[in-house]
Design a protein around this ligand. Sequence first.
Ligand SMILES: Nc1ncnc2c1ncn2[C@@H]1O[C@H](COP(=O)(O)OP(=O)(O)OP(=O)(O)O)[C@@H](O)[C@H]1O
Ligand SMILES: [Mg+2]
Length: 416
Amino acid sequence: MVRQQPLAAIDLGSSRITTVVGEANEHGALQILGVGIAPSAGVDRGQINHVADATRAITASVEQAERSSGRQILSASVAVTGPHLESRNNRGVVAIPDLDTQIADDDMQRVIDAGRAVTLDSSRTILHAIPRFYVVDGQDRVADPRGMHGQRLDVEMHLVTASRGAVQNAVQCVTSAGVDVELVAAQPVVGSQYVLRREEAVEGAAVVDLGAGTTDISAYLEGAIAFTASLPLGGAFVTRDLMVGLRAPAEVAETAKLNYGHALPELVADETIILEGFTDQRDREISRRLIAEIVHARVAEISAMVLKTLKRAKLDNRLNGGIVLSGGGSELPGIVELFEQLSQLPTRAAQPGELYGLADQVANSAAVSTLGLLRWAATAGDIPSPATRAQTRRDAPGLGGLMRGALNFGRVFLPS
Ligand SMILES: Nc1ncnc2c1ncn2[C@@H]1O[C@H](COP(=O)(O)OP(=O)(O)OP(=O)(O)O)[C@@H](O)[C@H]1O
Ligand SMILES: [Mg+2]
């Protein structure tokens, strides 16, 4: 089911807060009505570390999206990430009392409840409970058992849990910015569902979102999400290395990375470039190769950590569909080739899906994760309250009502 009404999605990134207002059609194509991108503050490695700063940054992003869309944003879905995210796959089983009746919605609901019933520390909360596949009477895996006959129904669920405090902080900041939180999603889940093609997910594939403070990983097997994690590493570390290596202020190092950075130094011409903006006002001649070597050292380390994480999850031999890179870091020249070399897997950069309206503002690999959130919010099912409804605001919501999409079993994992 698609909610065909304007919705808002807010991605709390470590380098920028992106707010997108838009609608999805029944094929998942997005109509972008408004975009706000503000520099982030008070967010470190995906997590809020300064409430007032983060609230101000969110307010700036939301106000920009309001101006751009000509609508007031009263509520939004929010994506969080960070190394506090954890995932596991859990089985649930129920008996079907009557062999003569077909498996129906209430059986599905019972088995999903069984599959998400795990013992959690009080500091953790479930962000996503996604059915991976069902099994009826121990037979083959099925995507949707409704209408079938059997005595026993199994489900395997992919559960993504988060630090309750980290989620509460994110909700608090968005609420303080004057926006009700409709749903909280894990960035790696909603981003990967958006960028992965169905055939890649079926063959087995990983999506790696190279952000500023985090590198998000999610992997799919046989069409269903199987693994979610977020590493506290990202493009900000590359910039920091350049600050040290070039003895340059942050802005100069960032410019050097964006304009001259390359993941494979051997492909860079051995020439010098002029960098300006140093504190002593004197421009510097710098070797392009040197910049690329500094960048390479860090991105190779990040790539190796990603591959190690996939190996530890026993996924490295099962990803014939390859790797898809998203996030701002995926724009670095040579990064796709570097991942391909290190992983020996086909690698590509994420592409935004079908977009209309203000498409040019979000048609880049850094914004695809926010688009994923928007589409997820639009298809997550029975969630009340449109982003732009005219209504008085509720008090800061607890976490209870924010994961309703997690119960929506109609939406089974396959990216369309
Ligand atoms: N062309 C480019 N070359 C290299 N790095 C780039 C390029 N464009 C953007 N980046 C880097 O990408 C990062 C920002 O990416 P993105 O917007 O996906 O991060 P974020 O969502 O704010 O952070 P996170 O996901 O870690 O919370 C920054 O470190 C930026 O320097
Ligand atoms: Mg991000």
